[in-house]
Design a protein. Structure first.
Lengths: 182, 588
């Protein structure tokens, strides 16, 4: 065992980390995103992606979706620490593998090239509801919705076909069926 | 139509409705409208400090000794940044503070105006919540909400940033809202089932220990009362964290002394060997647990805390009860009493063996030190101070370092709210301004800051505040010319390389006392110590007491870093014995 030369103990064995999705309902007020994000950076938690927008204009509520990784203990802490923030109303979290939850990201691809290349791109995207948002003789902007990994794959695949710019959102989540997050 | 009030008037209306009597502050450009309004509110007394950090610590001392929130008023920019240390300190130790800061006028925010800083941005991680008020109509609501956030649940500091134009703008005043908007954050979530389960564990246990913390103090005097009843009912041994001292009488036989890095041998060994550990209002701080993997390996663990995020943060527990300590312990006591009526069999006989073991550990007398006729031993100085002040309902604050640990080990507290020390953040310079705040809250009581010469120099300027308000605080400096705790770690871990831990050019504290206009007393000789301490106690006014102590003394016992509770380094007597057996080195 290495001898600790400090007033603090040395780190002990790490548990396995998993990917979780947090959904946080907050008052839509100045600084609220900074509070949530600051909590993550300040306590050394990790943010893979983040999506935030107002969902209820009357009650002034925004919904933040955060993808993060951590050990079960860290995930517990994230939930409890988030719940303590004053503008936070409700926190839900679930594993990425959770079958009861739909979880999607959107990407915009700008492809520049000949018609046949663009067609090839569209074809490759077929599985992910491609929508052409803009089209010229030599370019197209294609929108797809998919999982993070799938978008990663498409991003690679379209490069040789003329993909010159990608813009993507963070993940958003929704439960299946009539249930809502508790 | 109701009268329109300015923002500055609203600030004071709110403070009056919140029954604030004292505010600690320092004026400046961006808060001048509020300071201008001060003269119209005779029920609120302003204490002018010499540095905003001092205002924050004074408010902390005020809050911790009185149970009421401390209020701080500072200007924008440097005023706000200077108070950050105190806010962080209050956040770590769960002290309710309401800090009001001035800000540049709203139209100048973001322009790098004179004395502008992003105050809410800077203080976001060190407050429970903060607000930048950009609309005067929001002001009264925000201030009342601020007091609610600071004082409910696990207490903590909050900050309200008020731009100068808002202080001038006029609106109607709104009284505090009676109904409580909890926002899903209710605090007493425990059930009778959980209490029953705990009582079952209590009755089955053969080697129990209660480990209580600052949460008991924060829950109010009733919590300490309930804790005493619980300890009496069960006959269990009890140990306390640094912040919890005073919740249970320090001179009682069931009290094992403080636990943790500089805790007693019996407390730490009992924590390690117990079969039931009941944490009441403490947070398994790393100074307490030592090595996590080997922390109390064979015990069922129960955690009672008002903050759900404290549960399982560091140590996984078997039973968690989220609630206010007073309500939880009272429920436990009632449940035990009811059961006892059913069948009077107490489990006190179950734990007789455990007590025998504890008595064996006690025989080590782990707080021992080798006294001297030639130089004053710091432990001896604290013991004498205790003996000469114990009948006076004394309030003690400390700075941070060896003297703080010696004070915690050798000064025995019998009541809650008598002990104010910076535990979580470990802020050198805390004790002197905190003593100012304590004395403001308790003008008739004896208030002593047990200090180190290095720490006290960090906020020495507040002596001027003490003199201005004729606060008879006693600054009892254990002067060893070193940053003692730094020196101790360097001795034990860095091959005695005393890098920068010696203060070459200390001021003459006697002359310093004279310069501030207070009394100076110097003690260098053990024979004079008692008389000098008595002279300090009898003097009606602030005193700087320069107590020259042995510079090489170390604070024992201690748990070396990365070691579990049962591998402590003991004091000099024990080390001597071990050296004879050739085991001396293995302990370090």
């Amino acid at each position: 065992m290495p001898k600790s030369k400090s007033a603090y103990s040395i780190p002990t064995k790490k548990q396995k980390s998993d990917t979780y999705i947090f959904v946080v309902w907050v008052d839509n007020e100045a600084g609220v995103l900074a509070r949530v994000v600051g909590l993550f950076s300040g306590r050394g938690y990790n943010i893979e992606s983040l999506a935030v927008a107002e969902v209820d204009a009357v009650k002034n509520i925004s919904r933040i979706t955060i993808v993060t990784t951590g050990t079960p203990q860290v995930i517990d802490q994230i939930r409890l620490q988030l719940t303590k923030l004053v503008p936070v109303h409700k926190v839900a979290e679930f594993k990425r593998e959770d079958k009861d939850v739909i979880f999607k990201e959107m990407a915009l691809f700008k492809v520049v090239g000949k018609r046949n290349k663009i067609e090839k791109c569209l074809n490759a995207c077929k599985k992910f509801n491609p929508v052409i948002l803009d089209e010229t003789k030599s370019s197209a902007v294609i929108q797809i919705t998919a999982l993070r990994r799938e978008i990663d794959v498409m991003n690679k695949k379209l490069k040789p076909l003329g993909l010159i710019s990608t813009s993507r959102t963070g993940a958003v989540a929704m439960t299946r069926g009539a249930k809502i997050f508790n | 139509m109701p009268k329109l009030l300015t923002g500055a008037e609203i600030v004071f209306k709110c403070l009056e409705d919140q029954k604030v009597e004292h505010i600690f502050g320092y004026p400046g450009g961006a808060v001048l409208p509020i300071y201008d309004e001060l003269k119209n509110h005779p029920s609120i007394k302003h204490i002018l400090v010499r540095h905003e950090q001092g205002a924050g610590h004074a408010a902390e001392g005020y809050a911790r000794s009185s149970g009421k929130p401390g209020v701080v008023l500072v200007t924008s920019g440097p005023g706000a940044t200077n108070v950050v240390t105190a806010l962080t300190d209050a956040y770590m130790d769960s002290v309710p503070l309401v800090c009001i800061s001035g800000q540049v006028p709203t139209h100048l925010i973001g322009t790098d105006a004179f004395q502008e800083c992003d105050t809410t941005g800077i203080t976001r991680p060190c407050t429970k919540h903060n607000w930048l008020v950009k609309d005067v109509n929001e002001l009264s609501k925000v201030i009342h909400e601020a007091f609610r956030v600071a004082t409910t649940g696990r207490p903590g500091p909050v900050l309200i940033d008020i731009p100068k134009d808002i202080q001038f703008a006029k609106t109607k005043y709104k009284k505090p809202n009676k109904e409580k908007k909890l926002n899903g954050k209710s605090h007493n979530k425990f059930s009778q089932d959980q209490i029953d389960e705990l009582v079952k564990l209590l009755s089955k246990s053969k080697k129990p220990i209660i480990y209580s913390g600052g949460g008991v103090i924060n829950s109010g005097p009733k919590a300490s009362q309930a804790l005493r009843e619980l300890v009496e009912l069960t006959g269990f041994p009890i140990t306390s964290t640094l912040q919890g001292l005073g919740a249970y009488p320090g001179d009682d036989n069931q009290f094992l002394g403080m636990l943790g890095m500089h805790g007693t041998y019996e407390a730490n060994n009992a924590m390690h060997d117990c079969d039931l550990l009941i944490n009441i209002g403490a947070r398994f701080d790393d100074r307490i647990t030592g090595k996590i993997d080997e922390f109390s390996p064979n015990s069922k663990k129960v955690h009672i805390d008002i903050d759900p995020s404290s549960i399982n943060k560091i140590i996984k527990v078997d039973l968690a009860i989220v609630g206010d300590v007073t309500s939880v312990i009272s429920k436990i006591n009632k449940t035990i009493a009811k059961r006892k009526n059913g069948h009077s069999k107490s489990n006190k006989s179950n734990i007789a063996k455990w007590w025998e073991q504890i008595e064996k550990w006690r025989e080590k007398d782990s707080l021992n030190f080798v006294n001297s006729d030639e130089s004053i031993k710091p432990q001896h100085a604290v013991q004498r101070l205790y003996e000469l002040t114990k009948n006076k309902d004394t309030y003690v604050t400390t700075e941070v370092g060896q003297h703080q640990m010696w004070a915690a080990q050798h000064y025995k507290f019998n009541k809650p709210n008598r002990w104010m020390t910076s535990g979580g953040l470990g802020t050198m310079g805390y004790g002197l301004p905190a003593a100012v705040g304590v004395q403001i809250a308790h003008p008739e009581k004896l208030v002593i800051d047990i200090a180190g010469e290095a720490s006290v120099l960090m906020t020495m300027q507040e002596m001027s505040t003490a003199v201005q308000y004729n606060l008879p605080i006693k600054i009892f400096i254990l002067n060893n010319q070193y940053m003692g705790m730094v020196r101790q770690w360097q001795e034990l871990l860095h091959e005695k390389n005393y890098s920068e831990s010696y203060s070459e050019a200390l001021p003459d504290f006697m002359k310093m006392a004279e310069a501030y206009g207070c009394k100076g007393i110097k003690a260098e000789n053990p024979a004079d110590l008692d008389d000098k301490i008595q002279e300090m106690i009898d003097y009606d006014g602030p005193v700087i007491f320069d107590c020259h102590v042995d510079p090489n003394e170390n604070c024992f016992p201690m748990i070396p870093s990365g070691k579990p509770h049962n591998q402590m380094i003991l004091g000099p007597k024990d080390q001597e014995e071990n050296k004879i057996k050739g085991k001396g080195k293995a302990l370090v």
